[in-house]
Design a binder for this molecule. Structure first.
Ligand SMILES: Nc1ncnc2c1ncn2[C@@H]1O[C@H](COP(=O)(O)OP(=O)(O)OP(=O)(O)O)[C@@H](O)[C@H]1O
Ligand SMILES: [Mg+2]
Length: 1107
């Protein structure tokens, strides 16, 4: 979403007043109260016109975030609440867009926040200016120069833990687009005395502590240092540690920054070596040694430290040692060498240390400049940032304070000049009449200090150069003479007797009434410090060093370039650099940041009014406000003015069509603002008194409230109306919908009722029609039925009539027949009696026989010969015929049955028939044999290899081959024998071996005996006297007795043509050898199962028990 531009103003939500110009009434008290009020509300910035007054909050405030940067970016100065970013933005934009070089002058006393402010300005500019890899590198280098310079140039003091001990002016250079190209840094007067001595509660420069805390062991060894601070005389011990400061971490930051800025590794190392050398110099101590000429000569106590320094710096030890003991003065080609006493030796040592360090610092600045200088030769736009030490008023003020205050005096002058100039220029630009402004011009003080003929600095230089004994006292005397009449110079001993009795003014001091207050300077040390003397022997010794950096720091030590002219004094050097700076600043558009320190405790939330009052005074801030509002307190371009106040007048509200200026004129006329209160410039309205502005603001506020009420009213009205309209619309819609719904419902009801009625009517109608139709149909049916009945009746009547007629005809015929019969019978009665009876009888018999045969034909039994069925006989007289018929039919069907037989089957049946003839009803065993087919060869001799011999022995056809039990003649026990019947013989063989036991020719068999019972015993009787009969008759038992006997009978018959005698009796005689034995069949018990048992009872009896 695009950010909506809201036109705001500094005047919105002001705490106190954001611009002191608007302060009413204006006096010190209201000024301080306003600052305090704002400070208490975290508003640390307040404007005086375009000057930013900044009160150090001593705590981090959330007002420097990237969002804040965005807020202030491209906004007008007075649009938002006062901020350092607003000033930075204004400066950057007029540099970029209007091609005006800028300078930002940051002043204030130590700890007031100058350095922080300068960093904020730089970071803001870095954030808003162009981007890109190259540009970013330049920005980064510019920003990273700060940590390096702070490490070497800042120290903890009682006023500030990170006090800048040098003045710094940095030119940031931009191209036409506003992208940074590079920068140039100038440094002013490093407080080098700090290197050798620090006041109580203060520290040496940060870098010493950072090096000892942060360097690795390896680096420390290399630099021949020890981590212990107490080892070094130049380091104050009581405040070696600063709360909230991590020296070790800072050391890493510094090394990193050096790398970013572009220091080569060996350069960084050289720098640290010089730092180490300075630190170690402080440890060189001297002792007096008497010489022959009675003078004391200093000697180095412990040469170890010196040796290490020389190793570190590559200086010949003897050269350095000598430089600490002798001093060579050259005058007019004459070299005079004098020995140094202990005090002089210490002085020389300290002077060397201070020079070494301060020259190193200057070298660092130059080295940084080399890195950050713009690489192009195109025209550059410049923004200078000056962070210089503020006005200093201590108890003991010395040469340094004098110099510093001189610088501030110059800055004040330029401030006044430029402010007035700017103010005047604006008046001219805006075509407003310039009114003279009374203000204190400090040019006179500057003149007292810097005047080339009788200025204090000139006096000092003169004194320093003067031959003869020169002391601080002689210098003071000179001042007393020359400056006695100057109204800002005060001294007890001056010719002017004004201060003779001023006890606050010691004899060895002089006092200057600076613009910011009176400062008492101790004259002691002025000459020395101004001389800034370093014995030539020392600088020459340094020049001889193998260490390139150190050598380059002391070019005057080069004997080839011996310059007998004294080097410029510190005072004149400073004066010259201040003059250059002033010249530089005058060409630029100044922007001021006035830093104020709220308390001495470095604490947040404490606002020490006395302290602030003092600062306000010496910064001349009230003066500043007065100058600013001498003519017109407030000015504003027409457009924003009209925009802000247009609601106060009907003509201009809500839109003014014409030019803004005309609008403002109309507006002011309408508001009846007295004409003397304002003036119309070319582009701005100038308002004389803040009162007028506040009146406008009050009116605006009131009007805004009214407008808000109006807007509210209209809005509420609109809202209510809209709501009402919406309700009405909704109501109409609802009503319409409801009506529609109700009508629809009603319609539906009517429709459904109509449908019901309709359906009823239709139903009724239909039923009526149906009824009618049914009625009609019934009528038709009734007619049909009636007709049918009628026709039926008719038909029946006709039928009856016809039947009657037919019956009558039949009756007539019968009667006629009867009558005819009667007539015939009467006529033929005489014949009928003799023949008719017989004929009728024959006819009847014939009919009956005919009927019998026809029925018989239908009732014929099946063709099976064993079927016993035969229809019954109808009449008795047919009995014989009936039987005969039965017999004939049976014979016929038997024949038919027989005709189907094959020869083989015929043979079987013949045998069966034979058996039947022989045994039927004679032997109880017979019926069981009827169903058994006669197989004859039960024992298959051919197939069994066991009987091969037996088979071979028999040539004839075997009729019976069966195993039988041969009853032992002696005991009645049985043995298995193969019974073979051939055509001519009967053979018995051993069952196991197949060996023939007996062979009986059939002709020798006379009889076969058997019982009538259900047993298989039989006896074969042999012809007496035959060969076979030697052992006697055979007694066997066999399951196939019937078959065997039958076959034996048939074979004997066919072979011998004699019928074999078969005796069936339960008692018969057999011939066993000589004995005739009776075989008796008795009814045996069931104990032995169903098998008959045989027992020889005695010689004469053999009993067979048949179950
Ligand atoms: N805007 C600020 N926000 C928060 N703290 C600040 C701000 N300005 C200054 N300070 C605090 O005050 C301390 C002193 O500020 P700074 O070093 O800028 O003072 P100075 O004016 O440069 O002093 P000197 O003249 O001794 O160098 C800072 O270290 C910081 O703690
Ligand atoms: Mg500072």
């Amino acid at each position: 979403m695009a950010k909506m531009e809201v036109k705001t103003s500094l005047l919105d939500n002001m705490i106190g007043v954001g611009d002191m110009v608007l302060l009413e009434p204006l006096n010190e008290e209201t000024f301080i109260n306003n600052l305090k009020k704002r400070f208490d509300h975290n508003e640390i910035y307040t404007y005086i016109g375009s000057v930013v007054v900044s009160v150090n909050p001593y705590r981090s405030l959330p007002i420097y975030s990237p969002e804040k940067v965005e807020d202030y970016r491209n906004r007008n100065f007075y649009e938002l609440s006062p901020h350092i970013f607003a000033l930075s933005d204004e400066a950057y934009r007029s540099l970029r867009d209007q091609d005006k070089d800028q300078c930002i002058l940051i002043t204030g006393e130590s700890g007031a926040g100058k350095t922080e402010a300068s960093k904020l300005v730089m970071s803001y500019v870095a954030a808003v200016c162009g981007k890109g890899a190259e540009v970013n590198q330049v920005k980064e280098q510019l920003l990273q120069s700060n940590p390096v310079l702070e490490a070497f140039g800042n120290a903890k003091t009682v006023r500030n833990d990170n006090s800048s001990r040098f003045g710094k002016y940095m030119d940031i250079e931009f191209d036409f687009k506003g992208d940074p190209l590079g920068g140039v840094i100038s440094n002013y007067l490093l407080e080098k005395s700090r290197v050798v001595k620090q006041p109580r509660g203060e520290r040496n420069f940060h870098v010493f502590y950072q090096l000892l805390s942060g360097a690795s062991e390896e680096l420390l060894n290399k630099l021949k240092l020890e981590r212990d601070f107490s080892r070094y005389n130049y380091l104050s011990l009581d405040s070696a540690k600063v709360n909230g400061v991590d020296d070790a971490a800072n050391f890493r930051t510094v090394r990193n920054a050096m790398q970013i800025v572009g220091f080569m590794d060996h350069e960084a190392e050289s720098v640290l070596e010089v730092v180490a050398a300075v630190l170690k110099l402080g440890n060189i101590e001297f002792k007096p040694e008497s010489r022959v000429n009675g003078l004391d000569e200093s000697k180095i106590k412990d040469k170890n430290e010196l040796k290490e320094i020389c190793e570190l710096t590559g200086i010949d030890q003897s050269v350095l040692e000598r430089a600490f003991s002798f001093r060579t003065v050259e005058a007019k080609q004459e070299k005079v060498s004098t020995t140094l006493n202990v005090a002089q030796a210490y002085y020389a040592r300290d002077a060397l240390a201070k020079n070494l360090y301060s020259r190193l610092f200057s070298w660092l600045v130059n080295r940084i400049n080399e890195s950050i200088k713009a690489q192009t030769k195109v025209r550059k736009k410049v923004m200078g940032v000056l962070d210089i030490y503020g006005f200093e008023i201590f108890e003991d003020n010395s040469f340094e304070q004098f110099i510093i205050n001189y610088c501030n005096e110059k800055l004040q002058q330029i401030f006044i000049e430029l402010t007035l100039k700017e103010e005047q220029e604006e008046y001219i630009r805006e075509d407003i009449e310039w009114t003279h402004i009374d203000y204190f011009n400090n040019a006179i003080i500057c003149d007292l200090i810097e005047n080339n003929t009788n200025g204090i600095l000139a006096m000092l230089d003169e004194e320093c150069l003067r031959p003869g004994t020169v002391t601080d006292e002689t210098f003071l005397e000179k001042l007393n003479q020359v400056c006695a009449t100057h109204q800002h110079f005060e001294s007890r001993m001056s010719k002017c007797s004004r201060f003779l009795n001023d006890t606050s003014l010691p004899h060895s001091c002089f006092r200057i009434q600076h613009y910011a207050g009176k400062v008492l300077y101790q004259v002691e040390g002025f000459v020395d410090k101004n001389n800034d003397l370093l014995y030539r022997d020392l600088s020459q010794a340094m020049w001889k060093a193998g260490h390139t950096l150190i050598k380059s720091l002391f070019p005057e030590g080069n004997p080839a370039k011996i310059n007998l002219k004294r080097p410029p004094t510190a005072g004149s050097q400073f004066k010259a650099s201040v003059a250059t700076l002033m010249k530089n600043l005058q060409t630029k558009n100044p922007n001021y940041i006035r830093c104020i320190k709220p308390n001495d405790k470095k604490a947040a939330h404490i606002f020490n009014e006395a302290l602030v009052c003092h600062q306000i005074r010496y910064l001349g801030l009230l003066e500043n406000v007065r100058v600013r509002r001498a003519g017109y307190a407030f000015r504003q371009a027409y457009e924003p003015c009209l925009e802000r106040y247009k609601m106060l007048c009907k003509q201009t509200w809500p839109h003014w069509k014409g030019p803004a200026r005309a609008g403002v004129e109309v507006l002011f006329n309408e508001l009846e603002i007295p004409v003397e209160e304002y003036s119309f410039g070319r582009s701005k309205i100038f308002i004389r008194n803040p009162r007028t502005l506040f009146k406008l603001e009050d009116l605006r506020k009131q009007r805004l409230e009214d407008l808000a009420t109006l807007i509210q009213k209209i809005y509420r009205g609109w809202k209510c109306r809209t709501h009402f309209l919406l309700m009405r619309k909704s109501q109409i819609v609802i009503a319409a919908w409801y009506r529609r719904y109700a009508q629809q419902k009603r319609y539906q009801q009517i429709k459904s009722s109509a449908l019901v009625i309709q359906s009823y009517i239709r139903g009724w109608k239909a039923r009526k029609i149906l009824r009618e139709l049914k009625h009609q149909k019934r009528c038709e049916e009734a007619a049909t039925t009636i007709a049918a009945y009628w026709h039926g009746t008719q038909a029946r009547r006709e039928l009856k009539r016809l039947k009657e007629e037919a019956r009558r005809k039949h009756a007539v015929a019968v009667i006629w027949a009867y009558w005819l019969g009667l007539k015939v019978r009467r006529e033929y009665r005489k014949f009928f009696r003799a023949n008719a009876g017989k004929k009728i009888y024959e006819f009847t018999i014939q009919r009956i026989v005919q009927k019998y045969f026809l029925e018989m034909k239908n009732k014929m039994p099946s063709l099976s010969p064993i079927d016993k069925n035969w229809p019954s006989r109808p009449y008795l007289f047919l009995d014989s015929t009936h039987k005969e018929l039965k017999r004939i039919f049976h014979l016929w069907r038997c024949k038919k049955y027989r005709d189907q037989f094959t020869d083989q089957k015929k043979l079987i049946y013949e045998e069966k028939l034979e058996a039947s003839e022989l045994f039927k009803d004679k032997k109880a065993l017979y019926p069981s044999s009827v169903g058994q087919p006669f197989q004859g060869a039960y024992l298959e001799i051919n197939k069994n290899p066991k009987y091969k011999k037996l088979k071979d022995a028999i040539e004839e056809k075997i009729i019976i081959a069966e195993v039988v039990n041969k009853i032992n003649r002696a005991n009645g026990k049985s043995t298995s024998r193969i019974f073979l019947l051939t055509n001519n013989n009967l053979l018995l063989a051993d069952q196991k071996s197949g060996q023939i036991k007996s062979e009986v020719p059939l002709v020798d068999v006379t009889k076969v005996s058997m019982s009538s019972q259900n047993d298989g015993f039989f006896a074969i009787h042999l012809k007496e006297g035959s060969e076979a009969a030697s052992k006697g008759d055979f007694l066997f038992s066999s399951e196939h007795l019937i078959e065997m006997a039958t076959k034996l009978y048939r074979t004997t018959l066919s072979q011998t043509k004699q019928k074999l005698n078969i005796e069936i009796s339960d008692e018969f005689l057999v011939q066993f050898r000589q004995d005739k034995v009776c075989v008796k069949f008795i009814q045996g018990n069931q104990k032995n199962g169903s098998v008959p048992t045989c027992k020889r009872k005695n010689n004469r009896l053999l009993e067979v028990a048949v179950p």
